[in-house]
Design a binder for this molecule. Structure first.
Ligand code: AHR
Length: 495
């Protein structure tokens, strides 16, 4: 069956918060150290210790928000270990991730400097699991208090006169698991207590994010909303796309049969169900949708690359990951009225990364290219899309063959993102564009595709998978005829 889509350019829905294109960088494996921070004395070209190649590549993505320092690391992190002269900073063990030495050289000042260089908003995750209320409260004072106070004075002694602007603050991470193994009732009470001391100093206004549910733990969302809704601005949700079982083999990132291609995309689409069901619970307590759903960890999680430290979560990234990213964005767009932020796990060298590094070499992954192509949706207005979709079938199961989303930017330009999930068949698509004069418009497109399900970039062949101009689109009256090759992500611009 042909895919037939109607896009209503004159039916505008919610604004797509650019923060759904956010990132997450944890002290995990080679994410921060090597991936971002090499130190000022490194032979790798850097600016104040941050490697230049990575900086330039990330700047190009216009990252709106960056979450740090974890993850599970956040609930073991004591921020005072990461300030002051670097040579004096405490060397600790990163017990959660690989048992390696953490020298704390990348701390609050370095993170804030990175955010300033990237022109991105910091999103700091505080320690509830093993930290005190005082410690969390003092961290906020250290970062944001302008004037005379013990923590502001300490910040100045460490070389930073002006406070930083800090909007997003997470009160703990995965407190149902690595963040303290708490019951939701207990965490809801702790959340209420800790957030009380996350203060707004001067003009700084903090958007407080409560630690949310794991996947389909709807009771967690229910209990948090019932007991703490009025004290939060956002509630998080974590969901990873894993083709196998979580603890006993997730599947290889590059060596997989077509059944794993299919199940991976099916599981990626499960995000839609999760958002819908968690939103329904949030609606009960917050029908105005004041509280944002913050999906601050998402992405693929495969077995670590053979030969690497399993605690470092280093995995390759293929055209399959690109499809997972494209599908997630299209789903997030559809829920733009509730989903206010999402942070892919993780930016560099960890899980579904944008960038992989090896010594001084750096490559961009297929996921990077999807983030780049979808930049046009940042802060654009979601348009109403209806459709009849063909089916993608394998071994008696089926999925919609394609996924579509459309938005209108501030200049009135329309962008349509399209994914063909099918690994074998092209998708023929007819797109009716209502509400604009298509005959007077110019149409262009970009495609990311590959000939093999596991196509990826390597340090030897860094451009195996890269965007190209898309030409398989023809306008006929008010319709576009589009042919999407198998395994492709396309973004069309109608101007
Ligand atoms: O992203 C890796 C880990 O996954 C994070 O540290 C944790 O929050 C989640 O379980």
């Amino acid at each position: 069956m042909k895919n037939h889509v109607v896009i209503n350019a004159d039916i505008e829905k919610a604004k797509i918060n650019k923060n759904i294109y956010g990132h997450f960088a944890e002290h995990l494996g080679r994410g921060i150290y090597e991936g971002i921070w090499v130190g000022e004395d490194s032979s790798i070209p850097n600016t104040n210790g941050i490697r230049n190649d990575v900086l330039a590549a990330l700047k190009n993505l216009n990252i709106p928000v960056l979450r740090w320092p974890g993850g599970c690391f956040a609930d073991e992190y004591h921020w005072k270990d990461g300030i002051g002269p670097r040579e004096n900073r405490k060397r600790m063990i990163n017990t959660h991730w690989g048992g390696v030495v953490e020298n704390n050289h990348f701390g609050t000042h370095e993170f804030m400097m990175l955010c300033e260089m990237l022109e991105t908003e910091p999103y700091i995750c505080g320690n509830v699991g093993s930290g005190t209320v005082q410690e969390m409260s003092e961290w906020v004072e250290y970062m944001t208090f302008d004037g005379e106070s013990p923590m502001a004075n300490l910040r100045k002694e460490n070389g930073r006169e002006e406070p930083w602007k800090l909007t997003y603050f997470g009160v703990g991470n995965e407190n149902w698991g690595c963040g303290g193994n708490m019951r939701p009732e207990y965490y809801a009470d702790l959340y209420r207590r800790y957030q009380t001391y996350v203060r707004n100093y001067g003009d700084n206004r903090i958007y407080k994010i409560a630690g949310g549910a794991n996947v389909d733990d709807y009771n967690w969302t229910e209990v948090l909303m019932k007991n703490a809704a009025r004290m939060m601005d956002g509630l998080s949700l974590h969901y990873y796309t894993i083709p196998g079982e979580f603890w006993t083999g997730k599947g290889s990132a590059t060596d997989f049969p077509e059944s794993e291609w299919f199940i991976t995309l099916k599981k990626a689409l499960h995000m839609d169900t999760l958002i819908t069901k968690h939103s329904t619970i949030m609606d009960k307590y917050d029908p105005e949708k004041r509280i944002g759903m913050i999906i601050d960890e998402w992405g693929t999680w495969f077995d670590p690359e053979p030969g690497t430290n399993p605690g470092f979560l280093y995995q390759q990234n293929t055209i399959r990951d690109a499809l997972v990213a494209g599908l997630h964005f299209n789903v997030f767009h559809e829920h733009a009225d509730r989903v206010q932020m999402a942070n892919i796990a993780q930016t560099i060298n960890v899980l579904q990364a944008m960038i992989l590094t090896e010594g001084e070499k750096m490559i961009l992954t297929p996921t990077y290219h999807v983030f780049d192509m979808f930049k046009v949706h940042h802060d654009a207005t979601l348009l109403a899309v209806d459709g009849q979709f063909g089916q993608y079938e394998l071994d008696g199961e089926s999925l919609p063959q394609t996924s579509v989303s459309a938005s209108k930017d501030a200049n009135g330009n329309i962008h349509i993102s399209l994914c063909n999930l099918d690994h074998q068949n092209a998708a023929e698509m007819e797109v009716d564009l209502r509400g604009i004069n298509l005959e007077a418009a110019s149409i262009s497109g970009t495609i990311l595709t590959a000939g093999e399900m596991n196509a990826h970039n390597t340090f030897e062949q860094p451009e195996n998978v890269k965007p190209a101009e898309f030409t398989e689109v023809k306008a006929d009256g008010q319709s576009l005829s589009v042919t999407l090759p198998p395994m492709s992500v396309v973004v069309l611009a109608v101007k």
